[in-house]
Design a protein around this ligand. Structure first.
Ligand SMILES: [Mg+2]
Length: 379
């Protein structure tokens, strides 16, 4: 079998007025994604997703031109061979940046989808896993910077829908962040796990200020207080309190995760399958975490393709942590790209799909109807 075509398509939608969530990186005004379609000479098609990296057109171009040229004609079942070739020819010199890792991720996910379709097996089985429940938390672009009372009300509604853990957006002024977390804790009680995400918005001094309150309020983790390259800040912050730190959605490949893990400041590693290097590389990162007795808590964005792939991988590793569910009120990437990627059961858990490969059918009419919208997605 040979790879005969690779096509990447950037897609966008505008967030409806009045539903714009504000978080540590700004106010979300539109959403972007890059979908990757890999075709073979036997007519089997695989779908993957590359993160948009805030430059969806550029990521798609990189896949369609340079990366496609490297990979056309190769055996699609040899996913590690394709990964190694792209690493040697693109990532290891000149291109070891975010865009290249994201583009590589999209191709890798599509090739695993093809492997599943050829074997007739769902991806979790192909990866050595089983159809088991995976605990989920309610995340995505939701529960943002709003008045504590309305945030508590919104959180209660998600708990009523079956969520047993929720992620709140912090990274604002410490006093208001603590008021928001306190309001939600008082509303939902002690049985719901509350996680917080600063989206790189904190200074070291902010962390010193929020830590005692987050500890008292039983916060499960503090995610991305700083940008990923602020290694020293992470190391200092880890000593400022007992709330564990989480990070990884802006770390790329096993090489960056190796440093993160060896620094021992971050307790929860969160690679995104569409950013860190696809299913192949995130499997390696999960194994790295396993050897340090850390659970694997992948970040998910942006469409049902990545969500489905993430649940498959969580069901196949020996150290699954949380799946990040998506609470956004309006998210056609979640609901319409390939149907519903998951369902929450009464215990707040999800399960992998049972169809071959990713187990999803991508709606190409959706893609045609949602062309790229230029401009920033956060303002
Ligand atoms: Mg995050």
């Amino acid at each position: 079998m040979r790879i005969t075509e690779i096509k990447a398509v950037p897609v966008s939608f505008r967030v409806p007025e009045g539903q714009n969530v504000t978080l540590g990186i700004g106010r979300a005004v539109k959403r972007d994604a890059v979908l990757v379609k890999v075709t073979t000479d036997e007519g089997i098609i695989g779908w993957g997703e590359a993160h948009h990296g805030r430059c969806p057109g550029a990521i798609a171009k990189l896949i369609d031109t340079t990366m496609s040229d490297l990979v056309l004609g190769m055996d699609p079942l040899d996913v590690h061979g394709v990964w190694a070739k792209v690493y040697k020819m693109q990532l290891s010199s000149h291109g070891m940046g975010a865009a290249a890792a994201m583009a590589q991720s999209g191709i890798d996910i599509a090739l695993w989808d093809i492997r599943g379709k050829v074997s007739g097996w769902p991806l979790y089985r192909l990866l050595g896993g089983g159809n088991r429940p995976i605990a989920a938390y309610g995340g995505g672009i939701a529960l943002g910077w709003q008045a504590p009372e309305s945030l508590a009300e919104e959180a209660l509604a998600y708990v009523a829908q079956g969520n047993r853990a929720l992620k709140l957006r912090v990274g604002d002024a410490p006093v208001i962040d603590v008021a928001r977390v306190r309001a939600v804790r008082e509303a939902v009680g002690d049985s719901v796990d509350i996680l917080v995400d600063a989206n790189t918005g904190y200074s070291l001094d902010d962390v010193r200020r929020v830590m005692p309150a987050y500890e008292e309020l039983g916060v499960g983790w503090l995610e991305e207080p700083f940008p990923p390259q602020d290694y020293r800040n992470y190391q200092i912050a880890a000593g400022l309190g007992r709330v564990p730190l989480a990070a990884g959605e802006n770390h790329f490949t096993r090489f960056e995760f190796t440093r993160m893990i060896e620094d021992r400041a971050v307790r929860f590693a969160q690679p995104d399958l569409s950013k860190a290097g696809g299913i192949s590389e995130c499997t390696r990162i999960a194994i790295l975490c396993s050897s340090w007795k850390m659970s694997f808590n992948p970040h998910t964005s942006a469409t049902g393709i990545n969500m489905a792939a993430t649940i498959h991988l969580l069901a196949a590793v020996d150290n699954p942590g949380y799946f990040e569910g998506d609470l956004a009120r309006h998210n056609p990437f979640r609901d319409e790209v390939c149907g519903s990627p998951y369902e929450l059961d009464e215990d707040g858990c999800v399960r992998p799909k049972d169809g071959p490969g990713l187990g999803v059918e991508v709606d190409e009419k959706f893609i045609a109807a949602h062309p790229l919208i230029e401009g920033p997605c956060y303002v």
